[in-house]
Ligand binder design. Structure first.
Ligand SMILES: Nc1ncnc2c1ncn2[C@@H]1O[C@H](COP(=O)(O)OP(=O)(O)OP(=O)(O)O)[C@@H](O)[C@H]1O
Length: 328
């Protein structure tokens, strides 16, 4: 078995507040291999972005990693700080955020931004960097890349700008890309194109991708494996086809039931009742139990089990099995 590009081990992030210490990331573990897309999904506030930010060393104070490890190709990076972290981030990790404008400098042409990044991280000359920048734009589908390299970010449409951001994230040849809601700000018609582009580049370049989204439809389209998060913890982890067709955690089943997924044809959508609890007001037992129609007394009384304590797939005392009827 090859060493994963990213290995997150028992990661815990805490935020001290006046109302006590919150854990937006609680004992999260997963691997991502080269050429693989791991989708991280869950409702707003589940801890998806916080996990991604912890991995790239971009946690906003006062949030901090208190235990666990982040390994990049086997090397621990969770304790790196300052210049070493910044260098590693640019060279080994690329980032794609929801709003392309936050990733691009409005005062510089896209060519300047790409060549600057390439020159900082790769051992190439100015003219080689420029050629690489043009090739990177071509690769993400910017028409007439050689001419457009002198354009400013505002001269592109939203979808084209996100393509430029993808080029920027990949131009220093990183091993890992973290894409946090990369399609959420885009028109529906453009979303599918961007997802397809990410998938193609991940395969062609053998990059490991962490794709953070609240959208199970995006996961179904793009991901190889999926990590479902709820209230800071992993609810379910597994190959995307298996999780979609045979969800074991009732929360995953609820997410699926509320998502229109093309491969499942037309069916009635059903929202999960209630809302995710606030971290400063978690219920007793399993955090999902107040919304779960399968909850038993044990789910109210005992903390929810870890994935490892179950079958490694669903952190639930009473997981669904293939034979379980999910009420429609
Ligand atoms: N400074 C802070 N103080 C207290 N709680 C915080 C702070 N920053 C984040 N949180 C909480 O941490 C939790 C995790 O947030 P995170 O942004 O990772 O969720 P998410 O799953 O990415 O949601 P979204 O899809 O809305 O971005 C949320 O409950 C959020 O309210």
């Amino acid at each position: 078995m090859t060493t994963p590009v990213l290995s997150v081990r028992d990661l815990v992030v805490e935020i001290p507040t006046r109302r006590g210490v919150l854990r937006p990331v609680d004992q999260v573990s997963y691997d991502i291999h080269a050429g693989e897309i791991l989708g991280v999904v869950g409702e707003s506030g589940a801890g998806k972005s916080m996990t991604g930010n912890a991995v790239i060393g971009l946690l906003d104070r006062p949030a901090r990693i208190v235990s666990g490890e982040v390994l990049l190709s086997g090397e621990p990076v969770h304790a790196l700080k300052g210049e070493r972290l910044r260098k590693l981030r640019g060279k080994k990790m690329g980032m794609i955020f929801q709003d392309p404008l936050t990733s691009l400098n409005p005062l510089l042409t896209i060519g300047e931004q790409l060549t600057e990044t390439i020159l900082e991280h790769l051992d190439v000359t100015q003219s080689e960097a420029r050629e690489r920048a043009i090739a990177a734009l071509d690769e993400v589908g910017i028409p007439a890349a050689r001419q457009r390299i002198g354009s400013y970010p505002h001269e592109f449409s939203g979808g084209m700008r996100q393509r430029v951001v993808i080029a920027l994230a990949l131009c220093a040849e990183p091993d890992l890309v973290i894409a946090d809601e990369p399609t959420t700000a885009l028109d529906v018609s453009v979303q599918a194109q961007i997802v397809a582009l990410l998938k193609r580049l991940c395969r062609e370049k053998g990059v490991a991708v962490m794709l953070v989204t609240h959208d199970m439809g995006v996961i179904a389209e793009a991901a190889d494996r999926v990590a479902v998060m709820y209230a800071g913890r992993l609810a379910e982890l597994g190959p995307v086809r298996e999780v979609i067709t045979n969800a074991r955690h009732p929360y995953t089943a609820g997410l699926m039931a509320s998502t229109p997924v093309a491969s499942q044809g037309h069916r009635r959508l059903r929202q999960i009742p209630g809302a995710m609890p606030r971290l400063d007001n978690l219920p007793s037992g399993c955090a999902f139990h107040p919304r779960c129609d399968r909850a038993e007394p044990r789910c109210r009384e005992e903390p929810g089990p870890s994935l490892e304590a179950c079958d490694g797939r669903a952190a639930c005392w009473f997981p669904l099995t293939e034979k379980t009827e999910v009420s429609a």
